[in-house]
Design a protein around this ligand. Structure first.
Ligand SMILES: [Zn+2]
Length: 136
């Protein structure tokens, strides 16, 4: 039972990290790769695989800013602890510029990841997303 729960959590984590649709875990949530800056932060209207409508209300993904903030703080703390362990924190500017640089480089992925995490709060996984659609 515990192993089954862990496998489910790992599968969910993998789908989040690869920015997949929260319902089918096959379609993409974003219009393009996060680092393709032409479509930066653009979310598909619906899933290409299961046709799930991602925007359930206007400005739905604004709430992902809270997730983005949390991810940014978490990454900053992890980088600072790593720099502290390596003994590079004696000069205060080194960790500041290192953390700032890493956050700027990761910003497109953090934004995309926060949107997928936000969507996972509202949509649950369905192993057969077409089951309900065939009944209608
Ligand atoms: Zn889907």
């Amino acid at each position: 039972m515990v192993i089954f729960v862990k496998i489910k959590a790992i599968k969910k984590l993998i789908s989040i990290l690869f920015l997949k649709c929260p319902r089918c875990r096959k379609g993409k949530l974003l219009k393009s790769h996060p680092y393709q800056l032409k479509y930066f932060n653009k979310v598909n209207n619906s899933c290409s695989y299961c046709s799930l409508q991602f925007k359930i209300e206007p400005s739905f993904f604004y709430g992902s800013m809270y997730i983005s903030y949390g991810l940014g703080v978490g990454i900053s703390l992890i980088v600072f602890v790593l720099l502290y362990i390596m003994g590079i924190t004696k000069n205060a500017l080194t960790p500041f510029f290192t953390i700032t640089g890493i956050l700027i480089l990761l910003m497109p992925y953090i934004n995309a990841l926060s949107k997928v995490i936000w969507a996972n709060f509202f949509f649950s996984y369905n192993s057969d997303p077409f089951k309900n659609q065939t009944k209608n």
